[in-house]
Design a protein around this ligand. Structure first.
Ligand code: IDP
Ligand code: MG
Length: 140
């Protein structure tokens, strides 16, 4: 079923460091997803830890949070048909070595922990993650 959804995207510090914001946004827009909110910021350790709290028990949690605060991130709200799964496809698999050709992670990801982008994984997490970064008046 086709339904208009919103999802949260983060262009991670490994990607902003390599000047890839424009190239990543081009892939998002080419896929028919619309960037309806966008801002650059630098997360604190506390903010990164809270955002990824769902992974708190995982072995990679500490490294993940540290990687997210190494530099600026770009947080975005994307809108389009089935935007949540559509953006997961544009991103590619978590491990760039397994990501499909043409996907962001295949093209730009350096490793599983430096994989350039985040995208929400369900309607429920999308709603929570958008509210984590954006107020109503910041979303077009
Ligand atoms: P996702 O970003 O594709 O949704 P998640 O399983 O939600 O993947 O994991 C969140 C992030 O944690 C990943 O994007 C990746 O940067 C990091 N990560 C996940 N699994 C591993 C791992 O096994 N080793 C190191 N980092 C990992
Ligand atoms: Mg995830």
């Amino acid at each position: 079923m086709m339904v208009i959804q919103r999802t949260l995207s983060i262009i991670k510090p490994d990607a902003t460091r390599r000047n890839l914001i424009g190239k990543i946004n081009a892939k998002i827009e080419s896929a028919g997803l619309r960037i309806i909110a966008q801002k650059m910021l630098r997360l604190t350790k506390e903010q990164a830890s809270a955002f990824y709290e769902v992974h708190a028990e995982r072995s990679f949690y500490e490294d993940l949070c540290n990687n997210m605060i190494r530099g600026p991130v770009v947080v975005q709200v994307l809108e389009g048909e089935n935007a949540i799964s559509a953006y997961r496809d544009v991103m590619g698999a978590t491990n760039p070595a397994s990501a499909a050709p043409g996907s962001i992670r295949h093209e730009f990801g350096e490793s599983i922990d430096l994989n350039s982008v985040h995208g929400s994984d369900s309607v429920d997490t999308a709603q929570k993650e958008i509210a984590f970064f954006f107020s109503q008046i910041e979303i077009l």
